[in-house]
Design a binder for this molecule. Sequence first.
Ligand code: GLC
Length: 431
Amino acid sequence: MSSYKTVKTTGNTEWFTHDRFGMFIHFGLYALPARHEWIMNHESITAEKYQKYFDNFNPDLFDAREWARAAKKAGMKYVILTTKHHEGFCLFDTKYTDFKITNTRFGRDLVREYVDAFRAEGIKIGFYYSLLDWHHPEYPIDVCHPHSNYEWAAEKDKGRDMKKYAEYMRNQVTELLTNYGKIDIIWFDFCITWGKESERYKDWMQFGGNKGPDEWESEKMIELIRGLQPEIMINNRLGIPQDVWTPEQRRPTEWRKNEDGELLVWEACHTFSGSWGYHRDEATWKSDKMLIDLLVSTVAFGGNLIMNVGPCSRGYFDYRAVNALNTYADWMRVNSRSIYGCTMAEPEFKAPDGTVLTQSVDEKRLYIHMQTYPFASLEVENLAGKIDYVQFLSDGSEIKYKENAEKGTVTFTLPPVAPVGISPVIEIILK
Ligand code: GLC
């Protein structure tokens, strides 16, 4: 068994560290303006002006089964949907606000259809829930609130009661965790868990309106959740580290540890392009190679990856998102064995330049992902005497090799031209 032991968690993380790859979905009223999910804040839009998106919301081409099939085909094993984002709009039927999907022209409980469809494909279910809420009447007009720059802000902010808002959140989370069966992960956004001394802490606290676990009443929330769904995973963004650490739009270069030096369960989240919500004119779509390299390098440091889709306002995945998902589908169809049930390679193995390694948790298979394809041969240290068989993972074709017992190295004989596909993988069956 792999020598890397992660910190003991309260929620069940076993399936999670096996499955490695999931889908994030950001869907809400912001899909209509199609200019970023923070548009209400970026453009200081008042509630009255934002109302037109509610009035025109009607994702008539939405089909949860289509979303679920796309995720499955891409090799994604779990999914996390924004049940409520910062704008405050709820994609589920709730007793606690009228600002919900069942009151739009669309009229259906999208969360229900989402849960049923993804579950039917055998995909584990996650709920994202925003701590920030720019619609709720008790939510303070803080520094990052869309209305904070208006001269009437202070007046309107008077008497707002964060305690009432915290209770609202608990009521909604109770609905989400009782009305939809077993939920595998709940993902809050966001409160910062970086050390107070870090520069990033100051920057990011602002975005969260300078609130911490006390204001969100995070401890109460955690207790509530653990009572409702004992197995569920909770992320770290309530400001109190829980089952999973969630770095965003970054590629960590080491496996992060907690203060006691224990390895964390972690998950990176990334966009296909720069925005989480559907953004019509955003042009920074990641290349196919970047998409695959992100997945591979994440698992190589013992982490998970979720890639985000922002469906357009008519409810389907835009062709650019479909292309990106197809890139994963093609690659995962033949290479998923180097991802599922895999983790960081044992310290005895060193990745040659231009490659990264993953290894199965049972230690029996080692994978060399060639992010840069070497010419005709590849030498790996400390591998002599340990190999049983070697092949390309993509087509199962044998790779010949020479061992140098004295140096401990193995040199693989590779075709001068790379096999078709991104980041070809050498699969080594170890003795
Ligand atoms: C950031 C953004 C938010 C997005 C989240 C995903 O915190 O504020 O819009 O939902 O990242 O991790």
